[in-house]
Design a protein around this ligand. Structure first.
Ligand SMILES: *Cc1c(COP(=O)(O)O)cnc(C)c1O
Length: 257
């Protein structure tokens, strides 16, 4: 997108990061209030993917104590480079079973669980390491347009399989909305996630933890908050526009924003 550099000013100092985070936070709070929700019920997860470790360090200094990363190798490398600072890591992108061992090294939250094979691989590694992992189940709320995530109708059955993986602590659901500027269609994705969570709560209240809804990114987080998000994952509005096209991260998305 040509105007994204204007829309998302870069951040190269601690002060820039403080200002960007404060601006995003204020927009979250306002959206929550519009919807009659408690702003404190929405956490902001800054997403540092593609941003080099020296600049990520400034964001941590500005108060970002948890960061989201979408790719395992990049996240593992950065977490090692920033081992001397106080920051926790959430993996928010698709995981292949053969990378489960790397996740256990750096992450304490995984937001993109979408198969029993991955659950099993993680559980085995976590058992060996003697620790647990917070997980959110990724749901495909846009039907055919994305590859990752469970069909909403499959969520309840999936949740019922998870208690046997004792190291995984289910916290709720996560989704990526459609890649479109059509707000009504984006909103429908968020509503689908909320309805899926509500259904799971009705049928299996013990299986979904606090029932978090991780949804909304730089382009749509206010809509997500209006629809009930408890976690918004925001990269560009905090770190500045990404040079890498989104198709690099979502190879199966068919349209650009
Ligand atoms: C990159 C990414 C985000 C943040 O996107 P921005 O446009 O940078 O806000 C959120 N969620 C996931 C899964 C991502 O990969």
């Amino acid at each position: 997108m040509d105007d994204s550099a204007d829309e998302y000013p870069g951040a190269t100092t601690v002060g820039d990061f403080r200002a960007n985070v404060a601006r995003v936070r204020a927009r979250i709070d306002a959206a929550a209030e519009r919807a009659g929700r408690d702003p404190a019920a929405v956490r902001l997860l800054p997403v540092s993917k593609t941003v080099p470790a020296d600049r990520v360090r400034l964001a941590v200094e500005a108060g970002c104590r948890r960061l989201g990363e979408n790719k395992v190798q990049e996240a593992k490398r950065k977490s090692a480079e920033l081992a001397d600072v106080d920051v926790a890591w959430s993996l928010i992108g698709h995981l292949q079973t053969n990378k489960a061992k790397d996740v256990v090294v750096f992450a304490d939250e995984f937001q993109a669980l979408d198969s029993l094979r991955v659950a099993e691989a993680l559980d085995r590694r976590l058992q060996a390491a003697g620790r647990s992992l917070d997980v959110l189940v990724q749901v495909n709320t846009s039907a055919e347009e994305q590859k990752y995530g469970l069909d909403p109708d499959a969520v309840s059955g999936f949740l019922r399989e998870l208690p046997r993986f004792e190291t995984l602590r289910v916290r709720g659901l996560m989704t990526l909305a459609l890649f479109t500027t059509d707000t009504a269609r984006v909103r429908r994705c968020f509503q689908t996630l909320r309805e899926t969570r509500n259904r799971a709560r009705d049928t299996d209240p013990d299986l979904i933890g606090p029932g978090e809804l991780s949804m909304g990114m730089s382009g749509d987080f206010e809509v997500a908050v209006e629809e009930g998000a408890t976690c918004v994952r925001v990269g560009q509005a905090i770190f500045g526009a990404r040079a890498t096209p989104d198709s690099h991260y979502w190879p199966d998305s068919t349209t650009g924003r």
